[in-house]
Each structure stands twice: as structure tokens, then as C-alpha cells.
Write a protein that binds this ligand. Structure first.
Ligand code: PHE
Ligand code: ZN
Length: 863
């Protein structure tokens, strides 16, 4: 009885096949905001034109809005009606002017979608469907309008008023308020609308485009943070120059503004001419940001800037095409970052990220194609599959076309679709036409989910080598049977005796379920290097021996393949350790030693190559994940590496100490990275002075990379210096939310057995709040990826996560839904853990008043 009363109606499914062009277009919009934190008035004036021959009424999306007034061609009407949240206005002619007025309350907006307040300032987030929380509008990406925006607000509280496009006029109202008007001449969908009103300081710069346009750049932050914006401004200038040089794309407005806010659901947003960023992707100085943060800032600044072409000038027809802009833009930002330092290390990091988040997604209940067929809540589809696998699809096409033809095909795409809303199919068609290739079967990558597995086996007989390849795409929800994919595999053979390549690298396009490739004139026993550069996002299952992997780890000339061989060798060893309780560590120790000793290798590469695969990636190789056995096997190998190579780690640690102040240069970064890796191995060896060494580094560090590196080592350990370091860190950064996030996160990621208890206590800490997404992610999100602590056998970790998600869902459904996937991994665990995880998912689904965001993620995770 109660159930029937409280059960919410199942949310509507949106299907790609249901796409219809808009019945009404909106060429021009004028918006007038009387801004106020508790009661903002929004008046909208829409020029509407019929889009087709239909007799459809005008349907304007709204979310939580009540019309105060509705006017058609200047006359108040009352024949409108509300259908669910849509405002429906019957119209007879083909062109009208519609005016509406609503009132909204930004300071009660905890979802951080639409107009909301953050740190006393007002800002917006409209992608994907937030504009409908601001005003009534056809809130879909294929309705492109030019926007004129007028804002008026209290002058003392909101001295800065920003919107999309170029500033047109501003003035004083004489009553303590002031106003500003902005105009964006480029037609755009509503999800790219933005405004900001606040008390902000600006780091200004200029950029002259190659055709001579002077662009005024501004990074807007609270005054106290101004000194932390130079890195972001520099990255912006580099991005603008890079897009001109590499893609021939120029900026198109007179101003480009970026605003940093502390409360933000994602990383950043590419609103036309007015990017809004999570402050963690803008603010940096050596004392508060790690090298990783510096890199991420440059990448995200570039990503949002690159969207000006791949996203804004050419946008998406509907949200099923999301990867059209996101996959392509991630591919572009990856290219940019690769050009800033070590391309090999960048590729290693990107593949590591793909394996950490996208592969598990593709193997679990939330698997979906890069171009999904349906969704309940579009916010749930801002996934690693759309972004990172989407980028791999573009990369494969670029590999197949080669650089010159790929560039020509991109030019064709931008030229043909400029000013329109396009589809993934449009993009592929341009790759075919501009590149002169047939991608008919490549399109399966957009429609089939799942990570392909490729079995590779090389044999050698009398001067001829035979490579047998067989592919299999595993079933995913709704897709039981798959067709073979088109896989571009870069391959090279090496001579086992000489260590030299036997012929050039080849690009093999595996298109069938299986294929045999012959190599003639192979006198020496060959060793197979395959999927070099990670040319296809697949899992390779080869029968290469430990000896052959160790050989490649020493001799392969492709740095990624070299890294990969080492990883596979480590993985095989760790899997054996986890399954059998012990393993022979000698091959790994020797290969690590040789890597450390090879003077020709870049230190940045060495630091990545000697790191062990993560616990979760080891788990992905097992039929049943045993988190405790994985942890034990990994710690045992770490300890052995630490002990066996103890002198080398010490040498590296000492040799890479810097006597210069912090510099963000590739060489200085590499030195810090390898020194911190060495510290980790010294601690793993159980050396009695490890904690003292870490504490000394912690105290003497002039930068966050070294300070946090040392803190992590201490936090994983048992020394008394642990609490001391945590207290010093906390007190030193008490006023800095981004650094306090690190304080929470480091503790949530601790490998200690008491981590859940510590995390529970931290959830009660006065500085903890679920209302701020960064803070919620730093504790709850980090804990949920801590393999051993989260998966403790009594299910207390699962219960804790579910409790937090139910609480967070009431404030911020999007952020709650994003943190759910670890609970959906139940199929990968033993029956006892699986049952405990399912029970928590069922508890979430059964919660009354649940958002459709969390409902979709939890209910799909049960299937
Ligand atoms: N479009 C943004 C990006 O990729 C991500 C985003 C999505 C931000 C939804 C906010 C809301 O860069
Ligand atoms: Zn993006």
C-alpha cells in the first residue's frame, strides 16, 4: 500500500530513433535578467518561426518554472497550457514574437544546474538541459539562436556582469544597481548560454589571431586567487596558437572570458566566449597545485577552448551525438598535451585512464555504445565511453587516414557543418570523403559497445613467421551478439637474438573474426610487438612468454609498446600471485632494474614504466575479483622490488633532489615524479627510515607535488609522523578548499585497514559537506575507488556509499549518480559480496523521491 503511494512513475525513455526536426525554430532571443540571489526575474523575447509544414503548437521546455506572463506578438494571451513541465502555446501563423516572464531562486539551487550561486556570485550551467531551469525555451541542441542578454544587478555585490559574445553597452541605474548588455552574433544552442554576476578580479591578456584579430582574454576569479591564474592564461594562449597551427582554426569573437567557481558538477563548460570552470582546473601555484594539477589545468583549458570549433561552431543535432563534440575535443586536447611535453608519457597516461574507467564501464551493466540508442537522463551519459572511447575512435580514423588526409577531412567537416548541428554520421562521412577511404564497417565502433578482445599468436617456421589474429567482442546489455570490428593494429617483429627490428612497422587492419598474416624472410626467431601506441582500444591476449615480454621491455623501439610489455609482465606476475598466493618475482625485478639503468630513456618515461598496474586493473583480469588477495600480491611485489633494488631507489631519490626553486618544466617534473616513485618503493621495502625520509621531504618541500607525494606515503603507513603530517597539512591550508580536498582524498585512498572508519569520521568533519561536488568527490568518490577498503567483506563500505549517495541525491542528483558505478561491479565479485552490493542498489532504487539520475544508474546496475 505504502509502496504504491510513494512509488514514482518510471521516467520516460528517450530514443535516438525518435529524433524529429524541431517544429519551431528560434532565430533570435533577447533575455532580460533582474538578478537577485533569492528572486531573479527573467524576461525572454523569442522570435519564433515554423520549422516545417506541421500544425504543431509551440512547445517550450521548462523545469520547475511557472509563467508569470505570456505574450504573443505583444498581446497577453491565456490560451497557453502546461503539459508536464512544457509550456504549450497554440499559434496559427508561421512567425511570431513570444514573450515570457518567470522568477527563479539561484540561492536555493543545490543541483548547480541553471542559474545558481557559488561563493556569493551568480553563475549558470546549462549543458545539457539546464537552460529550461532559467526560462521557457525549446531546450534542444538543434535550435540555434543569436542571443542578446541584458543583466541588471546590485552594483556593490555584483560589480562584474558577463555573458556570451561581446559586450555592447553598460550603465548605472542610479538606484544602487547597474546593467550591462552583451550580444553573441554566432547562432548557438541554449546549452551554450552563460552569464556570470559577481565580485571578481581579472587576469587580462591578449592574443592576436593569425588573421590579425586582437582578442582580449580574461581569467576571472576572487581577488585573493588572482596570483594563481597565470598558468591557465598561459595555457589558453598556447591552445589558441595550437588550434591555428594544427587544425587551422581561429578564434572568432573580440573577447574570451573564463570564470572560475568553487561549486561545479563537472570540470568546466565551453559556453560561447564565456567558459565557466571548476576552480580546480584554473587555480595553481607551486605551493598548492601538483604537477598533475598543472597538467590537468592546461588540458582542460585547451579542451574547453577547442570546443569553440568542435562543439560550438559545429554543434550536436541531439544528445545521442554527444561524442561528436566530446570524443573529437578530447582527441584534440590529447594532441595538444602530447605536444607540450613527452608524447609517450601522455599516451601512457591516457591509456591508463581509459583502462581505469572506460574498460570497466564497457564490461559492466552501464555499458553503452559511443553513440547511445536510449537514455532516461542525459546527464548520466557524460561518460568515459562518450569522452575517452570516443576520442579513441577519432584516433583510429586519424591512424587509418594518416596526418595529411586526416587534416583535409577535418577541414571538410568544419567547412561543411559550420553554423549547424551535426551528427556522428556527418563526421564519419567527412572522414571518408576528405580522406578518400571507405569506413562503412568502421561505423560499428559507434553502435557496438564492449571492448574487443584480440587473440594474437605468432609462430615461426623455416624463414616464415605466421601471425594468427582472432577477435571477439563480448556481449553487453541489449547487445548479445556482435559483428567483428575494424581494428587498426600497428605491428612490428623483433629478432630475439639480435634485438633488432625485422622489417618496418606495419598497420594491419583486422576486419574479420580471424585473419592470418605471413611474414617472409624471417631468419631469426621473431618476437611480436602488437597494438603499438595503443593503435586500437582493445585488449590483446597473446601467448608471449615472460621472457619475450621482458625482451620487449628492453628492446622495443615504440615507447608505449615497451611500457605495455612491462605492464603485461607485471600483470601476469600479479595475477599468479593473487590466484596462487605467491609468484616468482625475478623477471619483473630484472626488467625494472634494466629500465632504471638504461641511460637512453627519458626519466619521465622510466617513472611510469616501473609502476605496478592498479589493484582494479589486476582485478579486471580475474574471473572473480578477490580484493584482499590482489592487495597482498601487489604489496608483496612492491616490497620485493623495494628491497631488491633498494640501493637504486636511494640513488634515484638522492640524485633527483632539486636545489632550485620549483619549475614547471618537463625535466623538473620528471625529476619530481621519479623521486616520488622511488620514495614509494623505499617505503614499500619496509626500510626503517622510510617514514622519517618522507616526513623530511614533507617538511622541506617548496611545492605541492613533493608535499603530497610524501603525505601519501605517510598516510599509508603506521608511523607517528602520520598524524603529525596530517595536522600540519590541515592547519597550513585551512582556508584553501582545493587543498583541503587533497587532505580528504589522500586519507580516503589510504591502503590502511582502518580506512573505512577514518572516512566515516571524516564525513562528520566540520569541513566536510556534500553540497560542494569537489568535496563530496574527494572523500566519497575517492573511497569508492579504494579497492580494498570499499570492498571489505562485511559490506560496510557498500552501505556507507549507499547512505552517502541517498543523502547527496537530495541535493545534487547529477553528482550522486556519477559516484554510483562502483556498486554496479557486483558481477565481478564473489556471491557474498555480490549480494551485499545488490542489497544496497535495491535500497537505493527503493528510496522515495529518488532523482531519475540516480534511479537510472542504480536500476540499470541491478540488471
Ligand atoms: N561540456 C563540458 C565539457 O566537456 C562538460 C560538461 C557537461 C560540463 C555538462 C557541465 C555539464 O567540457
Ligand atoms: Zn568537452
Amino acid at each position: 500500500m505504502l509502496d504504491a503511494l510513494t512509488a514514482t512513475a518510471t521516467p520516460a525513455v528517450h530514443r535516438r530513433e525518435d529524433y524529429r526536426p524541431p517544429a519551431w525554430l528560434v532565430p533570435d532571443v533577447s533575455l532580460d535578467f533582474a538578478l537577485d540571489p533569492s528572486a531573479t526575474r527573467v524576461r525572454a523575447r523569442l522570435d519564433v518561426r515554423r520549422g516545417g509544414e506541421t500544425g504543431e503548437p509551440l512547445r517550450l521546455d521548462g523545469d520547475g518554472l511557472t509563467p508569470i506572463a505570456v505574450l504573443v506578438d505583444g498581446v497577453a494571451v491565456n490560451d497557453w497550457r502546461m503539459e508536464n513541465d512544457q509550456l504549450v502555446i497554440p499559434l496559427s501563423g508561421d512567425a511570431h514574437v513570444i514573450e515570457t516572464e518567470v522568477e527563479i531562486a539561484p540561492d536555493r539551487n543545490t543541483q548547480l544546474m541553471g542559474l545558481y550561486s557559488s561563493g556569493g556570485n551568480l553563475c549558470t550551467q546549462c549543458e545539457a538541459e539546464g537552460f529550461r531551469r532559467i526560462t521557457f525555451f525549446p531546450d534542444r541542441p538543434d535550435v540555434l539562436a543569436t542571443y542578446r542578454v541584458r543583466m541588471s544587478a546590485d552594483k556593490a555585490r555584483y560589480p562584474v556582469l558577463l555573458a556570451n559574445g561581446d559586450p555592447i553597452a553598460s550603465g548605472d541605474n542610479g538606484d544602487g544597481t547597474h546593467w550591462a548588455e552583451w550580444h553573441d552574433p554566432f547562432p548557438k544552442p541554449s546549452y551554450l548560454f552563460a552569464l556570470v554576476a559577481g565580485d571578481l578580479a581579472c587576469n587580462r591578456g591578449t592574443f592576436t589571431t593569425r588573421s590579425g584579430r586582437e582578442v582580449e582574454l580574461g581569467i576571472w576569479v576572487r581577488a585573493a586567487d588572482l596570483s594563481k591564474t597565470d598558468h591557465a592564461l598561459h595555457a589558453l594562449k598556447l591552445s589558441m596558437a595550437w588550434d591555428e597551427r594544427v587544425y587551422g582554426r581561429e578564434y572568432d569573437l573580440d573577447v574570451f572570458n573564463i570564470v572560475a567557481v568553487d561549486d561545479f558538477n563537472f570540470g568546466a563548460m565551453e559556453n560561447k566566449g564565456l567558459n565557466i570552470f571548476n576552480s580546480r582546473y584554473i587555480l595553481a601555484d607551486p605551493d598548492t597545485a601538483t604537477d598533475y594539477d598543472y597538467d590537468a589545468i592546461a588540458t582542460v583549458v585547451a579542451h574547453e577552448y577547442f570546443h569553440n570549433w568542435s562543439g560550438n561552431r559545429v554543434t550536436c543535432r541531439d544528445w545521442f551525438q554527444l561524442s561528436l563534440k566530446e570524443g573529437f575535443t578530447v582527441f584534440r586536447d590529447q594532441g595538444f598535451s602530447a605536444d607540450q611535453g613527452s608524447a609517450a608519457v601522455k599516451r601512457i597516461e591516457d591509456v591508463r585512464g581509459l583502462r581505469a574507467s572506460q574498460f570497466p564501464e564497457d564490461a559492466g551493466p552501464l555499458a553503452h555504445p559511443v553513440r547511445p540508442e536510449s537514455y532516461l537522463e542525459i546527464s548520466n551519459f557524460y561518460t568515459s565511453t562518450i569522452y575517452n572511447k570516443g576520442a579513441e575512435l577519432i584516433r583510429m580514423m586519424a591512424t587509418i587516414l594518416g596526418p595529411t588526409r586526416f587534416r583535409a577531412a577535418c577541414d571538410l567537416y568544419f567547412d561543411r557543418f559550420d553554423g549547424t548541428a551535426a551528427t556522428c554520421e556527418d563526421f564519419v562521412a567527412c572522414m571518408e570523403e576528405g580522406g578518400g577511404v571507405d569506413l562503412s564497417r568502421f561505423r560499428l565502433w559507434y553502435s557496438q559497445a564492449g571492448t574487443p578482445r584480440v587473440a594474437a599468436s605468432l609462430s615461426h617456421d623455416g624463414g616464415r613467421a605466421t601471425l594468427r589474429l582472432a577477435q571477439h567482442v563480448p556481449p553487453t546489455p541489449g547487445q548479445a551478439v556482435k559483428e567483428p570490428m575494424v581494428l587498426p593494429l600497428k605491428i612490428r617483429l623483433f629478432g630475439a637474438e639480435t634485438g633488432r627490428p625485422l622489417g618496418p612497422e606495419q598497420l594491419v587492419l583486422l576486419e574479420d573474426a580471424s585473419e592470418t598474416i605471413l611474414f617472409d624472410g624471417v631468419a631469426e626467431r621473431p618476437v611480436l610487438s602488437i597494438n603499438r601506441g595503443f593503435s586500437a582500444p582493445v585488449t590483446i591476449e597473446s601467448d608471449r612468454t615472460a621472457e619475450e615480454l621482458a625482451f620487449l621491455a628492453r628492446h622495443d623501439d615504440d615507447p608505449f609498446a615497451r611500457y605495455e610489455a612491462m605492464q603485461q609482465l607485471m600483470l601476469d606476475t600479479l595475477v599468479a600471485g593473487a590466484v596462487e598466493g605467491a609468484a616468482d618475482h625475478r623477471a619483473v625485478i630484472d626488467a625494472v632494474a634494466d629500465t632504471l639503468d638504461d641511460p637512453t630513456l627519458d626519466r619521465a618515461f622510466v617513472a611510469e614504466a616501473v609502476l605496478l598496474p592498479s589493484e582494479s586493473f589486476i582485478g579486471d583480469q580475474l574471473s572473480v575479483v578477490d580484493p584482499d588477495a590482489i592487495f597482498a600480491a601487489r604489496e608483496a611485489l612492491r616490497a620485493d622490488l623495494g628491497r631488491a633494488l633498494g640501493d637504486r631507489w636511494r640513488e634515484i631519490y638522492d640524485a633527483n633532489e632539486s636545489d632550485r626553486p620549483y619549475e614547471y618544466t618537463p625535466a623538473a617534473k620528471a625529476a619530481r615524479r621519479i623521486r616520488n616513485v622511488a620514495l614509494g618503493y623505499i617505503a614499500a621495502s619496509g626500510a626503517s627510515d622510510a617514514a622519517a625520509l618522507a616526513f623530511c621531504q614533507f617538511e622541506r618541500a617548496d611545492n605541492m607535488t613533493d608535499r603530497q607525494g610524501a603525505l601519501s606515503v605517510l598516510v599509508n603507513g603506521e608511523s607517528d609522523l602520520r598524524e603529525a603530517a596530517l595536522d600540519i597539512f590541515y592547519n597550513r591550508y585551512a582556508g584553501n578548499p582545493l587543498v583541503l580536498d587533497k587532505w580528504f582524498q589522500t586519507q580516503a585512498l589510504s591502503t590502511r585497514v582502518d580506512t573505512l572508519a577514518a572516512v566515516r569520521a571524516l564525513a562528520e568533519h566540520p569541513d566536510f559537506t556534500l553540497a560542494n561536488p569537489n568535496r563530496a568527490r574527494s572523500l566519497i568518490g575517492a573511497f569508492a575507488v579504494n579497492q580494498r577498503a570499499f570492498n571489505q567483506a562485511d559490506g560496510a563500505g557498500y552501505r556507507f556509499l549507499a547512505d552517502q549517495l541517498i543523502a547527496l541525491d537530495r541535493l545534487n542528483p547529477q553528482t550522486a549518480a556519477k559516484l554510483l558505478p562502483p556498486l554496479g561491479r557486483w558481477r565481478r565479485f564473489d556471491p557474498a559480496r555480490a549480494a551485499l552490493m545488490r542489497a544496497e542498489l535495491e535500497r537505493i532504487v527503493g528510496t522515495s523521491g529518488l532523482s531519475k539520475d540516480l534511479f537510472e544508474q542504480a536500476s540499470k546496475s541491478l540488471d
